[in-house]
Write a protein that binds this ligand. Structure first.
Ligand code: DHB
Ligand code: FE
Length: 297
């Protein structure tokens, strides 16, 4: 059977992609950001997954404001890189895993989460920047991304957006789906977006390092309680775009210390995960960069 072995959490600032693509990573402004991901790239080389289940948000590129799925699973064999206004990033298309994606869709929808199935989708910085950060600058011939990716898009752009509680419960259902796939795949789940940032209005530029670090603490040690935090707290404390952080709860809910509750009467939840890496840095564009790697015990 397939297993989720680890979860990765990271911000997705688009300017990070531009810094990589334009060769600016050694500049003083960017040097500290990229230094924080050096251990992560090493970790990924040593802990190569067979598939990455990548929870991200589209920024009105694949889905315009005409149609906004709350949760959308990518079931395609590959995904083109979106043009976000300056031309697509010079990175290879992302390879999908249609068989596992279709299986997860089947299982999760049967568990009463009404996913949108997406057979064609361009992917924007929400997906490509986390991949670039973890894998290094993507090689244009081979593609440095080490394995197929299942993109899972969450609406955190247009209200109403899903609650942290719903996202956490969805993570549980995704874990159950992965563990019922009949191939011995090593699957990682990544939660992306955040941390505190606000891109518009009188509070544009808001960063809240204290709240962000408390979020990281609680994500590690009391994720179920963290999942109860209402939207209004994210917006008040972490800015309007800080709401992207609810996506991290999907990845955390899929870890093996989380009881599957009503979904299984035999699984009370295992030992807490091991923190393989933690990093926090301000500034990067308008956003506080937060990053965590958790390994299942
Ligand atoms: C920035 C951050 C985002 O999450 C985003 O989607 C766009 C811009 C920024 O920090 O500039
Ligand atoms: Fe964003």
């Amino acid at each position: 059977m397939a297993r989720i072995t680890a979860s990765v959490y990271t911000s997705h600032v688009p300017a990070i992609g531009a810094a990589l693509d334009l060769g600016k990573t050694a500049e003083p402004y960017w040097q500290k950001v990229f230094a924080g991901y050096e251990p992560s790239k090493q970790w990924l080389r040593e802990n190569r997954p067979d598939v990455i289940f990548l929870v991200f948000n589209d920024h009105a590129t694949a889905f315009s404001l005409e149609m906004i799925p709350t949760f959308a699973i990518g079931t395609a064999a590959h995904y083109a890189i979106a043009d976000e206004g300056w031309g697509p990033r010079p990175v290879p298309p992302v390879q999908g895993h249609p068989e596992l994606a279709a299986h997860i869709a089947q299982s999760v929808i049967q568990d009463d989460f009404d996913l949108t199935i997406v057979n064609k989708m361009d992917v924007d910085h929400g997906l490509t920047v986390p991949l670039s950060l973890m894998c290094g600058a993507l090689d244009k011939d081979t593609g440095a991304c080490p394995c197929p990716v299942i993109p899972f898009a969450v609406n955190v752009v247009q209200y109403p957006v899903p609650s942290g509680r719903r996202c956490f419960a969805l993570g549980r259902a995704i874990r159950k789906a992965v563990e019922s796939f009949d191939e011995p795949l090593n699957v990682q789940i990544w939660g992306t977006g955040g941390m505190s940032h606000q891109l518009q209005g009188p509070r544009a530029g808001l960063i809240n390092a204290e709240w962000d670090n408390r979020f990281l603490d609680r994500l590690i040690s009391e994720p179920e309680a963290l999942a109860q935090v209402p939207h209004i707290e994210y917006v008040r404390e972490a800015g309007s775009e800080g709401i992207e952080l609810v996506m991290w709860l999907i990845a955390r809910g899929a870890m093996s210390d989380v009881s599957r509750g009503a979904m299984s009467d035999v699984d009370a939840g295992g030992a807490p995960p091991r923190v393989a890496h933690r990093f926090y840095h301000v500034p990067a564009s308008n956003t506080a960069v937060g990053h965590l790697i958790l390994e299942n015990a």
